[in-house]
Write a protein that binds this ligand. Structure first.
Ligand SMILES: *Cc1c(COP(=O)(O)O)cnc(C)c1O
Length: 427
């Protein structure tokens, strides 16, 4: 232990912060064991899918051009469909990010005159332009798709009466966001999403439901597609890419929904038959294989952060003792200076760009400045250790990821160290 401490000290971590971290860790053994059990279950689920669909070395062969008869691509989609218990899947490097995957799923399954309903309040920032809540070129609104929203009740639960009266003749698709994203509301459990879906389908049986699954994959043993979602959608540079996928997105769902998505992504008549894998398949398979363990490490980091910061008087969402349904941890730090110090600590702990100092900047699309800490192998990857937040009250940083639990631990300890060094916190 002395050797480790000596090394940590050389990297800027004090003995006091390290010791405090160890004490906090002592209280988390039960939580960590439960996370490991879920990870073991999900790893086995993933492994079984690889075996059932006979993943072989031939699946890692790069393809070019049209990508006809791409065994690796087609097998990967079968593996995803198996894991999510859906009829089909679209998993492609041509899907550039989570927002693209969500926009694709919506645009492919909504026609002029249809209405999209969000029964859980305002969707994620970037989706607002996709839908046309904020005016934007190419939005669903431009194509004659209308939008309706029912806000959550003050206690964060679903407004079932409001939802009942919002579902009408035109309502075709429902969008539900699992993770809180950058909102202070709680993240929904898969069971809660299941209740919402059952309710909506009891009112209108042919209604379709899409779930934005970003940051939620492998946190529980089941996914929203296990409780009635027609499509689950996410980014490969978050949970299911396991930190190795260099880019991409996925949509898992019913054959009819996925077929429409594929015809929209490539072209009508071409569908899933085209799309080269650009030599990425080894990373997509290997990342998926590692994902349950990587997610478990990120979750441990989130719980450790809450357990470390809550006793110091900072509000944490979710609270340290709360059950978790995604990997995001918000910590309300109360000042711009504290946000800078926290982010400086995360950055200083990074394997890449550790020498950089994160500063607030005017990010397009936000009305306040935003600060971001990320020293990632993959640009923008938020399954890697990262923290960001808008510079405005309550001055919350949203912290997530960590390719290994031990790296997440070091990053969180360094964030506290920087708060102490800046004389914002005393321990
Ligand atoms: C990250 C995220 C998105 C968008 O993903 P990008 O890959 O950044 O485009 C959408 N919804 C939620 C809830 C997210 O967390």
């Amino acid at each position: 232990m002395d050797e480790l401490l000596a090394l940590y000290k050389k990297m800027g971590l004090s003995e006091a912060v390290y010791a405090r971290g160890e004490r906090v860790l002592g209280s988390l053994a039960g939580r960590f064991a439960a996370i490991d059990q879920t990870a073991e279950y999900n790893q086995t689920k993933v492994l079984a899918a690889f075996q059932k669909h006979r993943v072989s070395a031939a699946c890692f062969t790069p393809s070019t051009g049209y990508g006809y008869d791409d065994l690796g691509r087609d097998t990967l989609e079968k593996v995803y469909a198996e894991i999510f218990h859906t009829e089909a899947a679209l998993v492609r490097p041509q899907i550039t990010c989570g927002t693209h995957a969500l926009a694709l799923a919506l645009a492919a399954n909504l026609l002029p005159g249809d209405e999209l309903l969000s029964p859980a309040g305002l969707p994620y920032d970037t989706l607002q332009e996709v839908i046309g809540i904020r005016e934007s070129v190419g939005s669903l609104a431009e194509y004659g798709v209308s939008y309706r929203q029912v806000d959550l009740l003050p206690d964060g639960s679903f407004d079932y009466d409001g939802i009942r009266s919002a579902i009408g003749e035109k309502t075709k698709l429902i969008t539900v966001q699992r993770s809180k994203g950058y909102d202070p509301r709680p993240t929904f459990s898969v069971a809660q999403i299941g209740e919402l879906i059952a309710f909506c389908k009891s009112i209108k049986p042919d209604i379709r439901v899409m779930v934005d699954n970003c940051y939620g994959e492998f946190v529980e043993r089941i996914e929203p597609s296990d409780v009635g979602a027609d499509m689950v959608v996410g980014s490969l540079i978050k949970n299911p890419g396991g930190g190795l996928a260099p880019t991409g997105g996925y949509i898992c769902g019913t054959e009819s929904c996925i077929h429409r998505c594929a015809c929209r992504l490539s072209a009508p008549g071409l569908g899933r038959e085209v799309g080269s894998n650009m030599g990425m398949l080894t990373s997509l398979y290997e990342g998926l294989f590692l994902a349950p363990t990587v997610v478990a490490g990120a979750e441990k980091g989130a719980i450790f952060a809450a357990a470390l910061y809550e006793p110091l008087g900072f509000r944490c969402i979710p609270a340290a003792s709360e059950e978790r349904h995604d990997i995001i941890q918000a910590v309300e730090l109360g000042s711009e200076e504290a946000m800078k110090a926290f982010c400086a600590g995360i950055q200083a702990a990074a394997p890449v760009d550790s020498f950089a100092v994160p500063l607030p900047w005017d990010m397009p699309g936000y009305d306040s400045q935003v600060i971001m800490a990320a020293g990632a192998f993959i640009q923008g990857s938020s399954i890697e250790l990262s923290a960001d937040g808008p510079i405005r009250p309550p001055y919350a940083v949203y912290f997530q990821g960590g390719l290994t639990w031990l790296h997440a631990k070091f990053g969180i300890l360094m964030s506290l160290q920087k708060l102490i060094d800046a004389q914002i916190v005393q321990i």
